[in-house]
Design a protein around this ligand. Sequence first.
Ligand code: KIV
Length: 291
Amino acid sequence: MSDTTSLYGNNQSPEQQSRIRIPHLQRMKALGQKWAMLTAYDMYAASIFEEAGIPVLLVGDSASNNVFGHESTLPVTVDELIPLVRAVSRTTRRPLVIADLPFGSYQASPEQCFHTAVRFMKEAGAHAVKIEGGVEMLPQVEKLARSGIPVMAHIGFTPQAEHQLGGYRVQGRGQDAQRLIESARAFEAAGAFALLIEMVPDEVATQISAAVSIPTVGIGAGVGCDAQVLVWQDMAGLRTGHLPRFVKQYADLRGVLLGAAQDFIDDVQMSRFPGPEHSFPLENAQEKNHR
Ligand code: KIV
């Protein structure tokens, strides 16, 4: 890539642009240029986000809540996530696709982590993986990095440990701040290519971002991070009910879909759909030729 602005798209179509790779992201950090990451779990969302110029897509274990209808990220399995990662990596040419390793698929040992990550790379076409946790995950990060598997370490609030952490709580306050900064440095030393920092006070995330040379991606971690991530259904207004403080809604997709579905119902009930333009006449010479 000749210039970093092309990370956000240029005159070339996605087919003509090359894959975003980890050195691009590291160069963006060095140049102080910020980037945006979104989750994606399917073909249409992935291709729309690629067209918009999102350089990194995360197939998050948040698919558990946002695709499979569970209340937390804990139930989703490797076998359920693999087809979603495959859909996203198969549909896109440009974004770096990161697969989240689900709960229970990597914590037991570095070897378990390695085998799960390999499945996501071989069977699903992921370019990198993400794992959650504190310094107890350093051996896992080292094993992946030594094996040529790019790994993002997810620190701060780690949803897979919500029961241990006592619910959705801000991490890194008070004395915990120093521990978090030290763990960020340790993950960089272990070979992580980036850090995802969730629900941490802005000042602490800013200090972490300054303390490491790898990119930091924040969610509920303030504007001092090198990049920001949101779950796409939150960002686009598909989700209803209570939203976390860190979510900003950029659209009302739920309203748009609701309106479309209601218009469809009305049209069907009033016999306005299908119209002649959606129906097949008994005889149509032109169509006969083109069928
Ligand atoms: O799975 C997920 O969606 C995440 C978010 C924190 C982005 O990890």
